[in-house]
Design a protein around this ligand. Structure first.
Ligand SMILES: Nc1ncnc2c1ncn2[C@@H]1O[C@H](COP(=O)(O)OP(=O)(O)OP(=O)(O)O)[C@@H](O)[C@H]1O
Length: 261
């Protein structure tokens, strides 16, 4: 089996917050992700996308079903699965180089090798001259690139991203998408990215997994059959856009109807 194969079988998650009613966030979710595949999770707000991502990352347990990477059950976080959040989550007191090298130092990588690896990664993400800066000296887009470098330093087979560009302006977001496609190709890792943005899904994905309203199940899976880069003036782009708009609108309507019932 190639490294980076992910297999979800009938995964379910019910949160049981203390003193409150249980919340069924994810139900009967089965999906295989192939090594090197780019998968997007697209769905209405609160449908369980982040919950599923945290279970795949090993940060949360499943309530039912199984998650396996390369045939082994996922039970805890692992360097083989990197996770990047909406906010870059860098340590503000460390330089960019020390942030990127943090995981390597915990793994006991020798300082000289670590410095070389960090310098190369920072060049790869276009931050070669930012090594000695602190995170608050960088723009939002630069901080997200540093977060990518930090995750890539661990050579993950799967990179997971929870709305990584949601806080960025439109132009920076487009640049970051180009950048992400580049590092995806260079690293060979598979990527699972959560987004609310239909355009982001069409620009990036091999396959888009559309969620139902909560509890999150698979409504449908849509392969994006367009060569990259995917210009928005391509008529087929608009067909995908219309399809996803209709699919999401139906789920949002259903969620509202259930709330009112
Ligand atoms: N730690 C938790 N404890 C209790 N309930 C939770 C917890 N985390 C999430 N939930 C609930 O699980 C449901 C799914 O939340 P989740 O954040 O996974 O959805 P989402 O699709 O990522 O939403 P959004 O797109 O708005 O970020 C929501 O009803 C949420 O309130």
């Amino acid at each position: 089996m190639s490294r980076g194969t992910l297999s979800l079988k009938s995964v379910g998650k019910t949160w049981t917050p203390e003193g409150r009613a249980p919340v069924e966030a994810v139900r009967d979710f089965s999906l295989d992700v192939a090594p090197g595949e780019f998968v997007i999770f697209l769905g209405p707000s609160g449908c369980g996308k982040s919950t599923l991502l945290y279970m795949i990352a090993g940060l949360e347990s499943v309530s039912s079903g199984t998650i396996e990477q390369d045939g082994l059950a996922v039970t805890e976080p692992s360097a083989e699965r990197g996770l990047i959040f909406q906010e870059a989550g860098l340590f503000p007191w460390l330089t960019i180089a020390d942030n990127v090298g943090f995981g390597l130092s915990i793994q006991g990588e020798a300082p000289v090798r670590r410095r070389e690896a960090v310098a190369q990664l920072l060049r790869q993400v276009g931050l070669g001259d930012m090594m000695d800066k602190k995170p608050d000296e960088l723009s939002g887009g630069m901080r997200q690139r540093a977060a990518c470098a930090r995750a890539l330093a661990m050579r993950p087979d799967i990179l997971m991203m929870d709305e990584p560009f949601a806080a960025l302006d439109v132009q920076t977001r487009a640049k970051m998408q180009d950048f992400l496609l580049q590092i995806w190709r260079d690293s060979g890792a598979s990527i699972i990215l959560v987004t609310h943005s239909i355009d982001e899904a069409i620009a990036l994905a091999d396959r888009v997994v559309v969620f139902t309203a909560r509890p999150g199940r698979i409504k449908t899976i849509v392969p994006i059959d367009l060569p990259r880069p995917r210009p928005s003036r391509d008529p087929r782009y608009h067909q995908y856009r219309d399809l996803f708009t209709d699919l999401l609108a139906a789920e949002v309507d259903r969620a509202f109807a259930e709330q009112e019932a």
